[in-house]
Design a protein around this ligand. Structure first.
Ligand SMILES: [Zn+2]
Length: 627
């Protein structure tokens, strides 16, 4: 996967170093039977990562490459561990500034330089100033009384700093000046699940403060100024953005389907909205619009995804008088007629066996919950709604928050989605796949297999420069063969090394009515980690319904093909986010682990991986199926 871009190298080299260019020159040999390593010219030395001249802000990195099988390799005269194919993953420390590496193998040498940037220097003790680009709020904000504004600035340590906004003066303090408080680490960041100190110098010169907007404040495009005082000298700086108090909220609606909805600007996602969802906005921060979906309950959408409605537009609110349970090809659907498209959110609870649909702006006035009102001619036991849904409950959780809970007959869940038809909101619940377990086959089941990356998106690079996209496709095709032998219908998102957007891949899965989406990838690591130590097979899920298949697939690979267990966990990945079916992303192995990579490019191993995943899919579907 693309956690880190392992880019094509271009190094200053002496001797006959093998350069990779354009579409990888080595990869096609993958399909000629032998791993790429064995078909290389004997005097070649390949360095895949890092490219010379790279800027890497990390204490360490690794040099990934391949030498002739059996050749001894050194880096700056230190021995480099290689495997039988000549593949290596050599960890090197990086000092701040320029780092030079000379790699020698089989009588060929390659030189590369990597620059580690210097730490962002703290504002000088001697020069009285605000550091450029550090004044916050950095983006203009629209607020209402009661909102809290955050101010911060980096400036000469030991100063007195205030922000002035209109006729208000807000004191700002550094960590040293509030040393009795519980510590707050301003320089902390995380990457790849690991927390680290982003900027060691951020604390002593960082001043922060806040101000709660009062009802009498009349900021309108008001620009804060920042004032620093030290030794009776004064420096003033003008803030980069403005503050406005919004007197009245205004109505917007979503411009398109799949609008991304977040709990804060750039923060975690919740259920995306379809087009035409009407909502009240009471604030903004830079490009982000704050939406008040119920009193005191806010969600955020990019302003680009919203259109303003003209003045005088009616409030986004509706009564809920009827709930209909219906059946269709997908399964059951719970339909709620509203007088307009209101915002919504879905929560899946496997333990409780429920799906909860929250409708913002809706008020319960429900007298009827009807079953298959349109389909009276179908016997109740034939209806998907009766087979899947035990009963439905609703409550008015808060003002403007209607909450409908679908209690399912089986705790196992196979998929769901929400959409609008005109202004009727529907929660669709998927029927289980029909599996004939006695035959041990997957007849009647549709599996969508997604070979990750392709075309201009190569993914990670293996030790000899083989693209992850090529390995993913080879394994995916083996998986397809195994699944088809079991009788399953398989839909591939790509069958060649071509560009396919992430959205198109998900669309293919949804439109093919797949019972399961499996995305095949192979892994790499960020700088600073050790490829020899961190490796193995791992799977990723996003929604609770995908936890079980993700664990089953990972456990199967650990057992069947003897890969180290690298875990099964939540990750916010595009291919894991659809709800219409369980969706799992598999990172089979590591492209940058020399031994694992050698196995990944071997057709026999690829076939074993495909067979293991197919068997896991079969056991997951058969053992979970109610048939
Ligand atoms: Zn990938």
């Amino acid at each position: 996967m693309n956690k880190r871009n392992l880019r094509r190298f271009s190094i200053e080299a002496t001797g006959t170093v093998l350069f990779l260019s354009g579409c990888c020159t080595i990869a096609p040999s993958l399909f000629n039977g032998l791993p790429a390593a064995f078909s290389r010219e004997s005097s070649a030395l390949t360095v895949v990562y890092p490219r010379s001249g790279a800027v890497i802000d990390s204490r360490a990195t690794f040099i990934i490459g391949a030498a002739s099988p059996g050749a001894s390799v050194t880096c700056n005269s230190e021995p480099v561990r290689t495997n039988g194919a000549g593949f290596f993953a050599h960890v090197v420390k990086l000092n701040r500034g320029e780092n030079s590496f000379n790699i020698v193998g089989g009588g060929v040498s390659a030189a590369l330089t990597v620059r580690r940037p210097h730490a962002s220097a703290p504002a000088s003790l001697d020069i009285l100033r605000f550091k450029t680009g550090t004044l916050e709020p950095a983006e203009s904000v629209g607020v209402v009384p009661g909102d809290v504004l955050h101010f911060s600035a980096r400036a000469t340590p030991g100063s007195k700093v205030v922000a002035k906004l209109g006729n208000r003066t807000i004191p700002l303090f550094s960590a040293a000046q509030r040393s009795k408080g519980s510590p707050v680490n301003m320089g902390l960041d995380t990457a790849f699940g690991v927390t680290f100190q982003k900027n060691d110098a951020s604390l002593p010169d960082t001043y922060t403060g806040f101000y709660k907007v009062a009802p009498e404040d009349l900021f309108a495009g008001t620009r804060p100024s920042f004032v620093l005082t030290k030794d009776k000298r004064v420096v003033t700086a003008s803030g980069p953005a403005t503050v406005s108090v919004l007197r009245q909220p205004s109505v917007f609606h979503t411009r398109h389907d799949d609008t991304i909805v977040r709990v804060g600007p750039g923060a975690a996602r919740v259920t995306p909205w379809g087009a035409g969802v009407r909502v009240l906005s009471d604030g903004y921060r830079g490009p982000w619009r704050r939406l008040e979906v119920a009193p005191g309950k806010h969600l955020w959408v990019s302003g680009e995804d919203l259109d303003p409605e003209p003045p005088g537009s009616p409030l986004p609110e509706s009564r809920v008088t009827t709930v209909n349970l219906l059946s269709d090809d997908y399964g059951a659907r719970v339909a709620i007629p509203l007088n307009q498209r209101l915002p919504y959110q879905v929560d899946q609870d496997l333990k409780a066996g429920t799906l909860t649909l929250r409708v913002f702006g809706a008020t319960a006035d429900t007298d009827f919950v009807t079953a298959d009102a349109e389909e009276g001619h179908i016997l109740p036991k034939e209806r998907a709604s009766s087979r899947l849904i035990d009963y439905v409950t609703f409550r008015q959780k808060n003002d403007q928050l209607y909450e409908l809970t679908v209690h399912l007959k089986k705790k196992h869940q196979w998929g769901y989605y929400v959409d609008y038809a005109d202004s009727t909101l529907a929660l669709h619940v998927k029927s289980p796949p029909v599996v004939d377990s006695s035959a041990g086959s997957l007849k009647g089941v549709t599996i969508c297999v997604d070979p990750g990356h392709g075309g201009k998106e190569p993914g990670a690079f293996g030790c000899d420069g083989t693209k992850e996209a090529i390995v993913n496709l080879a394994i995916a095709e083996k998986l397809k063969d195994s699944l088809e032998k079991m009788g399953a219908s398989v839909v591939m998102t790509r069958t060649a090394d071509i560009d396919v957007s992430l959205a198109q891949r998900v669309k293919t899965a949804i439109e093919s009515r797949a019972d399961l989406l499996v995305s095949v990838h192979n892994n790499s690591l960020p700088d600073g980690r050790d490829p020899w130590k961190e490796h193995g097979t791992s799977t990723y899920w996003y929604h609770p319904q995908s936890v079980e298949p993700a664990k089953t697939f990972k456990d199967g690979l650990v057992q069947d093909v003897d890969l180290q267990d690298f875990g099964s966990r939540f990750q916010n990945l595009f291919l894991c986010r659809p709800t219409q079916m369980p969706a799992v992303l598999v990172e089979v192995g590591f492209m940058i682990h020399p031994d694992e990579f050698l196995r990944l490019i071997t057709p026999d191993f690829q076939a074993k991986v495909g067979a293991s995943l197919a068997e896991s899919i079969r056991s997951y579907l058969v053992e979970s199926s109610p048939n």
